[in-house]
Design a protein around this ligand. Structure first.
Ligand code: GUN
Length: 282
């Protein structure tokens, strides 16, 4: 391996310490930051994610309120709960864990969360703010990726940045953030004719496809910074990213591992957003 390892777990730990200091300062003024987390149904992966989010809050001085609702909760009931949390001055952030059961319209649920409490950054107002360069909450994964790039000393102005994936949660906001940082941005997706043609030109390569090890070393420009957002299981059930770490690390200048790269940063940025939501409140 020649690439430098970008240690997301270590950076996330440092961020959590900073969040905890600021959270305790708010608590000392009688304004503890509060995050409401709503989990509908019993999806096993979602239950693990939510448990981790609650644990992160505990460790960072953020008060979390978990609402576990049965899978047959009506959309009407869920929206009423969000309205109540919107009006609750002790709650600064609201997160509804996705996916939701099929009878609930996730878009309507997200748009019911007050943009002031949209710490996931999924509301159309948050997306619009990002699009137009106005202040708003950034989605946690792309926000965390920008922190990792900063930490890795990436020079973004004028750099060729290639994002693979065009989801509303990662690919699209990631591309906008890189554009805001003056990179020249290309977005590749499932219909892109020759992905390797683009990736080989990338000084900054962000893989957010959701397919195990599809980016291999021969697709990477020597010295590039490679950020792997993927979290997949391979045929042997082993956790792996979208990037074939072994071959990529021989070519890249710096690379994130999976696990221990982007994942911990996504979790940390939720804490940062919640803290900032609380600090903004008078
Ligand atoms: N499901 C998987 N990731 C996320 C996330 O970041 N936020 C929410 N609300 N649901 C998710």
């Amino acid at each position: 391996m020649t690439a430098t390892l970008i240690d997301g777990a270590a950076l996330a730990k440092r961020l959590r310490v900073q969040v905890a200091e600021r959270a305790h300062a708010l608590s000392a003024k009688g304004r503890p930051p509060g995050l409401a987390v709503i989990l509908v149904g019993d999806d096993a992966a979602s239950a693990v994610y939510v448990r981790n989010k609650v644990k992160d809050c505990e460790e960072s001085g953020i008060r979390s309120v978990l609402q576990r609702l049965p899978a047959d909760t009506s959309e009407h009931d869920l929206l009423a709960r969000i309205d109540a949390l919107n009006a609750d001055p002790a709650i600064h952030g609201i997160l509804v864990q996705l996916p939701l059961p099929p009878h609930i319209d996730a878009r309507r649920v997200i748009e019911t969360i007050s943009p002031d409490k949209d710490v996931d950054g999924f509301h159309v107002a948050s997306a619009g703010a990002l699009m137009t360069g106005q202040p708003g909450f950034l989605p946690c994964t792309p926000y965390g990726v920008m922190k990792l790039l900063e930490h890795a000393g990436a020079k973004l102005a004028g750099a060729e940045a290639v994002v693979i994936g065009r989801s509303n949660i990662v690919g699209k906001p990631q591309a906008l953030l890189l554009l805001q940082a003056d990179a020249t941005v290309t977005i590749c997706h499932s219909r892109t004719r020759d992905i390797a043609f683009h990736t080989r030109r990338a000084d900054i390569l962000i893989a957010a496809v959701g397919r195990a090890r599809i980016i291999t070393g021969d697709m990477i420009k020597p010295g590039a910074i490679v950020i792997d957002v993927g979290m997949n299981r391979d045929a042997d059930g082993k956790l792996c990213g979208d990037v074939d770490f072994e071959s990529a690390a021989r070519v890249a200048g710096a690379i994130t591992p999976v696990p221990g790269g982007v994942g911990p940063m996504t979790r940390a940025m939720l804490l940062v957003n919640t803290l900032e939501a609380a600090e903004r409140r008078p």
